[in-house]
Design a protein around this ligand. Structure first.
Ligand code: ASP
Ligand code: MG
Length: 425
């Protein structure tokens, strides 16, 4: 069986008209002789409404019930899609997570898919039916409904593709692919034809909202190729795949950013082994995500300054936790909630010297002050004042994406490793 998994996001099923279009897209794959598994999000706005209602009922809504509530939007969209297909004369029915079943592990609201029971769906596909499966949900070993994190339908699609050994996994959304940077901000942003899992993962976690980050990690681990494309426009999208499938010599694939960061500096922290752990422990226990961290070398061996960033929305809570933390001693706390992070991403930087210098130089020429720097193998991020954000994105997008022969060497290396059956990642 030649299987394709089609995922439709909230805006793609956002109205009755949109759902009618979705039915046409599904039928076009049947005509290409695919067996189609559809997985759908809730109509846009619905899940947010459900979350809001839970908050109005209680600030302490118990997680098991929360999942029952917030997963209900998908029931509606899935039935509307199969309803439309039935209307057009096609055999189709909806499946909720527990009906498949899709088994998850882990806590409510942040569960992960562990297994998918295939038998019933396979039988239905063989009989010519089109299963419409609710994304974002599953059941745990207590047979309670679970959800797998906001935007989780992406992960549902990838896991369905994996368990059913699909030839393709296509993510239909409201943008027509992954861009070199936000096309709403920078007119010259270009659609990326192919991007590696690693680059996409860095893009997604540093602000590009096309896909849910952990779904990309699932795809990477299971080697599922993903295509992101628009359900509104008939144009080719972006393929997310392994590095060795990508032949181009770009150093930088994209520039991404997060707008609402906040920075905290602790001045004159009494230095001793374990001090950083003592600072971050209460933040971790309160699910506050720390992003960039810099600790200065203490010049007198006794005191050090430590700076880190978090989401602006977590700032007041973090400040409170730091101030009441008895395990640490410091002279002063400085906070700044008007900062943003800009990142350049590309596997080409592994083999290309001078990318760091060129990035910093480009920012310097525009008089943009860098507050904090952090790097990974394929990403360089800088924290800048929020007022400089747009200028920074635009200069980096302009200065950096050119090609060099080094990229070609990298690709040759990938090809060589591929021939030898090895992989760089
Ligand atoms: N409807 C869920 C949400 O809005 C899941 C999804 O859209 O993928 O988070
Ligand atoms: Mg959504």
């Amino acid at each position: 069986m030649k299987i394709v998994v089609l995922k439709f996001g909230g805006t793609s099923v956002g109205s009755i008209d949109r759902i009618k279009k979705v039915a046409e897209i599904i039928i076009s794959y049947l005509k290409k002789r695919y067996k189609v598994i559809v997985v759908s999000s809730a109509m846009s706005g619905i899940t947010n409404k459900l979350v809001k209602m839970s908050k109005e009922i209680s600030s302490n809504y118990i997680p098991d019930e929360y999942d029952v509530l917030v997963s209900s939007g998908e029931q509606m969209s899935c039935s509307l899609i199969s309803g439309r297909l039935n209307h057009l004369g096609y055999k189709s029915r909806s499946w909720l997570g527990w009906q498949v079943p899709i088994f998850t592990k882990g806590s409510h609201a942040v569960a992960r898919i562990r297994n998918i029971y295939k038998k019933n769906i396979t039988k239905y596909l063989k009989s010519g039916g089109i299963p419409i499966i609710a994304g974002f949900q599953g059941i745990n070993s207590n047979l309670r409904i679970t959800t797998i994190g906001r935007g989780g339908t992406d992960a549902s699609a990838i896991m369905l593709a994996r368990f059913f050994n699909a030839e393709k996994c296509i993510i239909y959304t409201d943008v027509d692919g992954v861009y070199t940077t936000d096309p709403n901000k920078i007119k010259k942003a270009k659609k990326i034809k192919k991007i590696s899992y690693e680059e996409m993962l860095e893009m997604a976690s540093s602000g590009s909202k096309v896909m849910q980050p952990h779904s990309i990690q699932d795809a990477r681990l299971n080697r599922i190729d993903i295509e992101v494309r628009s359900s509104f426009k008939k144009v080719s999208g972006t393929i997310i795949t392994k590095r060795k499938n990508i032949v181009n010599n770009k150093i930088i694939q994209g520039v991404s950013f997060t707008k609402n960061d906040a920075k905290i500096t602790l001045v004159g922290v009494k230095d001793r082994p374990g001090i950083a752990a003592s600072i971050f422990e209460p933040l971790y226990k309160n699910s506050i995500n720390v992003d960039m961290v810099v600790q200065n070398i203490s010049s007198n061996g006794k005191e050090t300054d430590l700076t880190f960033t978090i989401k602006s929305e977590d700032l007041s809570k973090t400040e409170r936790l730091i101030k009441k933390n008895k395990k640490i001693n410091f002279k002063k706390i400085i906070v700044d909630d008007k900062v943003s992070k800009v990142s350049i991403i590309g596997v080409g930087m592994i083999t290309t010297p001078g990318v760091t210098y060129r990035m910093f130089n480009a920012l310097a020429k525009k008089n943009i002050n860098i507050i904090v720097i952090s790097t990974s193998e394929i990403k360089i991020s800088v924290l800048v004042s929020r007022k400089d954000l747009n200028k920074a994105i635009s200069i980096l997008h302009k200065e950096l994406p050119e090609k060099t022969p080094d990229g070609a060497i990298y690709n040759k290396l990938c090809i060589k490793l591929a021939i030898e059956g090895l992989e760089l990642d």
